[in-house]
Design a protein around this ligand. Structure first.
Ligand SMILES: C[S@@+](CC[C@H](N)C(=O)[O-])C[C@H]1O[C@@H](n2cnc3c(N)ncnc32)[C@H](O)[C@@H]1O
Length: 222
C-alpha cells in the first residue's frame, strides 16, 4: 500500500535488533507484507494490526506465505488496541503512524504496550524540514489536505521527546527515501495500482528537494 513496506521495514530493523521469539506489533500493517517479512527474516512473532484491511484477507496472505501461527492478523483501531501493557518487545509502524500519532497524547497511550527498554520504530512520508506554508508552493497542484500530517524528523523528535516517555535514538530521513518512494509509485502505476501516477507526478514536481521518508527509532524509558 505504502512505498514498499518491506524496504521501509528493512530500514528499521538495522536500528532495532530483533531476535527469534520476540513479540512485535506491526501497527497499520496494511496488507501485512512487513509483518510476513519480519516473521520470515527474523523469526519474530508479529501481531499484524490494521483498520482498513480485513484480518481475513491478511490471514490468507499469511497462510500463503507459510507463517501461519507466527503472524497474527488483528483488526483494531490504533486508539483502542486489544493488548496488555508491556506485551511487546518491539513495535513498528510503517506508512501509518501519521494517521493517528500526531496527537500530542498518542505516544503516551501507544508506548505503554512495549516493555520498558523496548524499541519503537516508525517510517512515513515527510519533508526534510517543516514547510513554512501549506501547501508548499511547488507542490500546490498535487497537495491533498491530509498531507498536513507529514512531518520532518526534527518535528517528530520533539513530538516524542517532549513526553519524556521515550529516548529517541534516531530521527532522520531514509537515505534514498525519495527515490524509493518514486520507484514504488512508478511500479504501481505500471500495474494500474494506487496511488501510482498522481503521487509519482508530485514526487517529480518535488525533484527530491523536500520530500522523503521520515524515520524514527526510540526506546521506552522505564
Ligand atoms: C498507507 S497504508 C500503509 C499500510 C502498510 N503499512 C504499508 O506500508 O503498505 C496506512 C495504513 O494505516 C492504517 N490506519 C490508518 N488509520 C488507522 C487507525 N486509526 N487505526 C489503525 N490503523 C490505521 C490503515 O488501515 C492502512 O492500512
Amino acid at each position: 500500500m505504502g512505498p514498499n513496506p518491506v524496504w521501509q521495514a528493512e530500514a528499521l530493523v538495522g536500528l532495532m535488533p530483533l531476535e527469534p521469539g520476540m513479540r512485535v506489533l506491526d501497527l497499520g500493517c496494511g496488507n501485512a507484507c512487513s509483518s510476513v517479512f519480519l516473521a520470515k527474516e527474523f523469526g519474530v512473532e508479529v501481531w499484524a494490526t490494521d483498520l482498513w484491511i480485513k484480518p481475513e484477507e491478511n490471514l490468507r496472505r499469511v497462510v500463503e506465505a507459510g507463517v501461519e501461527g507466527r503472524v497474527h492478523p488483528v483488526y483494531s483501531e490504533a486508539r483502542s488496541l486489544p493488548y496488555a501493557e508491556g506485551f511487546f518487545d518491539a513495535m513498528v509502524s510503517i506508512g501509518a503512524y501519521h494517521y493517528f500519532g500526531t496527537d500530542d497524547l498518542y505516544l503516551g497511550y501507544f508506548s505503554r504496550f512495549v516493555k520498558p527498554g523496548g524499541r519503537i520504530g516508525i517510517v512515513q512520508p515527510g519533508p526534510v524540514e517543516e514547510y513554512e506554508t501549506l501547501p508548499p508552493a511547488h507542490l500546490e497542484e498535487y497537495w491533498k489536505w491530509d498531507f498536513c500530517a507529514w512531518h520532518s524528523p526534527a518535528w517528530w523528535r520533539r513530538h516524542w521527546e517532549k513526553t519524556g516517555l521515550v529516548t529517541v535514538e534516531v530521527a532522520d530521513q531514509l537515505p534514498h527515501g525519495w527515490d524509493d518512494w518514486l520507484q514504488w509509485n512508478e511500479a504501481c502505476d505500471l500495474d494500474g495500482g494506487t496511488p501510482g501516477r498522481e503521487e509519482a507526478r508530485m514526487l517529480h514536481g518535488d525533484g527530491g528537494r523536500t520530500l522523503g521518508l521520515t524515520r524514527l527509532v526510540a526506546h521506552r524509558n522505564s
